[in-house]
Design a protein around this ligand. Structure first.
Ligand code: NAD
Length: 498
């Protein structure tokens, strides 16, 4: 059996803890590799290596650091097919979707290629007599990222792409469910010219996460995962004096007004609810049609659309989506479907009995559709993270707007309409962090920033874009005076500008 290694100080390092996790192939249900779980000592070795590398790396001028990013981008494009195949084999998403995962991360690397421009500070000439003031952004030192299983390429690149470009060194603790691509990314970063120790990958479970959250040399921690763990990471990391951003779960709503282009809505919904087996934090698992006629029409079309979906192995080019990540996750989704029925929602399409011929042990689950879902139901309030679409009927725009606004999660929401005024009103008033107008999955482009509200994110800064640069740097402001002539008298009063 293949054993995955940590990647520390530019070299593969075998795990010494004796504790391992299984890495499955979700298509077949077989264990394909094992991944070591790091001890505190192994984490410390990586942090010390990162701290040594960071000094030289921070002293490298920004343009040279950007050149490493340009080369890293070229290498990823070179290896795109291989990366996507590995990613699909551990995650279960179809190859085209895996390429999208890599590509969306690559777009953050493209942003990082422009780091010399973004890092330029501010300057005020003549802030007082002979006085100039300027500010600069300096790296924090060693920083860390803890990432979820569902985007094993994109989310690590959101984090380390910017952190490294601004002059930090990085410890990545990827998901133990699909850890191979993150290691490949670290190898490529070195091949691109980053010194050994600038990007390290340490695998593990809660133990490794706790070691990161309490290590005195780690200055900042970026986390993406489920909300309870995000909250724990935020509280523990900040209590240990670290800067922390922790993105959590989601339950995104799509509001459908009666004037929407229904053909387009159904296509968009289908991709956003069932694509990647619903394992996306920006999936649209809740649709809110406004008015009974809209709801009936939508339901009929969605049922027909579901019948046309093909669930298949991740290498099947015709499959719309593949298996979910684990048998436990499959069981959890099936359990939510059972609870939804018990709560009184109408199960219009039941995907639980789906089985793929020849792959009976794979973690497949068919698409499911609920109608008549109410806001007090557990299955509405919680994140299912599977191919399950819930219809929540609303009578008015105000009632529809109130649903995502009051929900515990606030990652994203979308509205489908031809009415510009209604769309504008929705975008302005809805209580979530990212909004789509006739866009089902409004993941912002790399040079904007990604982040939800409420229990979808803890901390003040978003991922990537300028907010990412702020998160991984600290500001230093210099007030400089170059006086002419005699030395002046001492002043014991705080200086003010007259
Ligand atoms: P998860 O919370 O189980 O795991 C995330 C990370 O935390 C992993 O690296 C894991 O090893 C670690 N971890 C697991 N248990 C831990 C514990 N008890 N203590 C400390 N660390 C622990 O999440 P997941 O299942 O890998 O990913 C799916 C979740 O991530 C969903 O809730 C999804 O909505 C969310 N997500 C959010 C965003 C976002 O940007 N808001 C993006 C992607 C995924």
């Amino acid at each position: 059996m293949r054993t995955i290694s940590h990647f520390i100080a530019g070299a593969a390092v075998e795990g010494a803890s004796g504790r391992f996790g299984d890495v499955f192939n979700p298509n077949t249900g077989e264990v394909q590799a094992r991944v070591p779980f790091a001890t505190d000592v192994e984490l410390d070795v990586a942090v010390q290596a990162a701290a040594r590398a960071q000094v030289e790396w921070a002293a490298t001028n920004p343009q040279r650091r950007a050149r490493v990013m340009f080369e890293f981008k070229r290498l990823i494009e070179r290896d795109m097919n291989v990366l996507a195949e590995i990613l699909s084999s551990e995650h279960g998403k179809v190859i085209a979707d895996s390429k999208g995962d890599v590509q969306r991360g690559l777009e953050v690397i493209e942003f990082a290629c422009g780091i010399p421009h973004v890092l330029k500070g501010e300057y005020t000439e003549g802030a007082g007599p002979g006085i100039d003031v300027y500010s600069m952004r300096q790296p924090l030192g060693v920083v860390a990222g803890i990432t979820p299983f569902n985007f094993p390429a994109m989310i690590p690149m959101w984090m380390f792409g910017i952190a490294i470009a601004v002059g930090n060194s990085f410890i990545l603790k990827p998901s133990e469910k699909d850890p191979t691509v993150p290691v490949k990314l670290a190898e490529l970063m070195m091949e691109a010219g980053a010194p050994a120790g600038v990007l390290n990958v340490v695998h593990g479970d809660k133990n490794a996460v706790d070691a990161i959250l309490t290590h005195p040399l780690i200055r900042a921690v970026s986390f993406v995962g489920s909300s309870d763990i995000a909250h724990y990471v935020y509280q523990t990391g900040t209590a240990n004096g670290k800067r922390v951003q922790a993105m959590g779960g989601a339950k995104n709503h799509g509001i459908v007004l009666p004037d929407a282009d229904m053909d387009q809505v159904v296509k968009d919904l289908s991709g956003a609810a069932f694509g990647s087996a619903g394992e996306r934090c920006m999936a649209l698992p809740v649709v809110v049609p406004v008015g009974q006629k809209t709801a009936d029409d939508l339901r009929e079309r969605v049922v027909a659309e579901i019948a046309s979906l093909k669930v298949g192995i991740s290498t099947d080019p015709d499959a719309h989506y593949g298996p979910v990540v684990s048998s436990q996750h499959r069981a959890k989704i099936a359990d939510y479907i059972r609870i939804g029925q018990e709560e009184g929602a109408e199960l219009v399409v039941d995907g639980r009995d789906f089985s793929l011929q020849g792959y009976e042990k794979g973690f497949f689950i068919g698409p499911s559709l609920f109608d008549g879902v109410k806001k007090d139901m557990k299955t509405y309030q919680e994140e299912i993270f599977g191919p399950v679409l819930q219809i929540v009927r609303a009578e008015s725009f105000e009632e529809a707007l109130a649903l995502p606004s009051a929900h515990q999660y606030g990652n994203g929401a979308a509205i489908f309409t031809r009415n510009g005024r209604a769309a504008r009103e929705f975008a302005a008033r809805v209580n979530v962090g990212m909004v789509g107008i006739n866009v089902p999955i409004p993941v912002p482009v790399a040079y904007h920033t990604f982040g939800g509200w409420k229990r979808s994110a803890f901390g003040d800064t978003n991922q990537h874009g300028v907010e990412g640069v702020k998160f991984y740097t600290k500001v230093k402001t210099v007030t400089a005076r170059w006086p002419e002539g005699e030395v002046g008298d001492s002043s014991f009063v705080i200086p003010t500008m007259k």
